[in-house]
Design a protein around this ligand. Structure first.
Ligand code: C5P
Length: 220
């Protein structure tokens, strides 16, 4: 595909973690840095795409030319993503919490005298990626990420099918030189009848290689 294949396309990207509040001072979060999603947003904008970046709480500057929408929780991320549709391409690079506290306490939770344990009740969050992939508004390509510690291909292909994605980018977490918080990543992308291996490289470089693949899959 030509390097400017994404020119003028509306590309919606989610990035970063979500924070699920427990009370006014505590939350359940995860170690996503947002670097992969931000690198994709920066690279897509450089290619002339109209990029909307829905971002959980991260310590990163907004890439030039990118429209950024800040959110905190999975529920807020879902609202912001659905409000930003339609788009030509959706890339779900956020590490969305799978569970959120059933209740948010209005006052700071206190230690209970005489009890050594505390049980939190969590409920499932909506799967934003699956919901986007099921939209009536036709997207040309829906791309997900899968961070796995084991059986990477099996789980990645399972998510590709279950969530009705066009492409899934899987990376092994819990190994040196990649994954959460790192500037580097190695990944394998899977689609219905193929895959491509991306050896370990800077996330900025991986973003370029992934956009090349996305451009190719648009024409497939
Ligand atoms: O199922 P799992 O969380 O591993 O799937 C990862 C993919 O699904 C990522 O692309 C992530 O952004 C997306 N996801 C989502 N909403 C959720 C959970 C995951 O969009 N509630």
């Amino acid at each position: 595909a030509a390097p400017d294949r994404l020119h003028g396309m509306r590309v919606l990207i989610s990035a970063g973690p979500t924070y699920e509040d427990l009370d006014p001072v505590r939350y359940v979060g995860n170690r996503s840095s947002g670097k992969m999603g931000y690198s994709l947003a920066a690279a897509a904008a450089r290619r002339g795409a109209q990029v909307v970046l829905v971002s959980g709480p991260v310590q990163l500057p907004t890439p030039p030319g990118v429209q950024r929408v800040d959110v905190r929780s999975a529920a807020q991320m879902r609202e912001a993503v659905l409000a930003a549709l339609p788009a030509d391409i959706y890339i779900g690079a956020a590490a969305v919490a799978d569970y959120t506290p059933r209740q948010v306490a209005q006052q700071k939770l206190k230690k209970t005298a005489g009890s050594q344990t505390l049980t939190l009740e969590l409920v499932r969050t909506p799967d934003i990626l699956a919901e986007v992939a099921a939209q009536e508004q036709v997207l040309k390509l829906v791309v997900g990420f899968a961070a796995e510690t084991h059986d990477v291909e099996k789980y990645a292909r399972g998510k590709l099918a279950d969530k009705h994605l066009d492409l899934i980018v899987a990376n092994q977490v819990g190994i040196a030189g990649g994954g959460f918080e790192s500037d580097q990543n190695a990944a394998t992308a899977y689609w219905n009848d193929g895959h491509r291996v991306f050896p370990g490289t800077a996330k900025t470089q991986l973003a370029e290689q992934l956009l090349d693949l996305i451009a190719e899959r648009l024409d497939a």
